[in-house]
Design a protein. Structure first.
Length: 133
């Protein structure tokens, strides 16, 4: 009996453990909502979460990529503001918890319209995800 207990204890100790604080990566690509012209704007959002730190980037084809940094609360919520070139600030709010994520980028000023991006983030592997460049 002691031998079985020792073997079980060894197996439990040798089993891979989930790494505390291991980064999680999320991504989304989609179109804006709002006035008719908004549906022409396609955006990609990449997010990296490590403990309470949220690092993200977003951009449109042929435009500079913008970054944002935020701190996630205990319930997974975060908020930030980012400049999007000459188009002014964009309000960023979201929730990241239990392997799921949602983020809203509100206030994008397009040509004669103000648009909103509502993203349901999908988990991605680090190989294709955001790096902190």
């Amino acid at each position: 009996m002691k031998r079985i207990a020792a073997v079980l204890l060894f197996c439990l100790a040798a089993a891979p453990q989930a790494e505390a604080g291991a980064p999680e990566f999320y991504s989304w690509t989609g179109y804006a909502t709002g006035p008719a012209r908004c549906s022409l704007y396609r955006l990609t959002v990449d997010v990296k979460v490590e403990d309470a730190q949220v690092t993200g980037r977003f951009g449109m084809e042929s435009r500079a990529v913008q970054r944002f940094d935020a701190t996630r609360t205990a319930d997974g919520a975060f908020q930030a503001k980012a400049e999007f070139g000459s188009r002014g600030p964009i309000e960023i709010t979201g929730t990241l918890r239990d392997g799921k994520g949602e983020v809203v980028l509100d206030g994008f000023r397009g040509n004669r319209c103000v648009c909103r991006f509502e993203a349901t983030l999908a988990p991605v592997t680090p190989k294709v995800a955001l790096t902190t460049q």
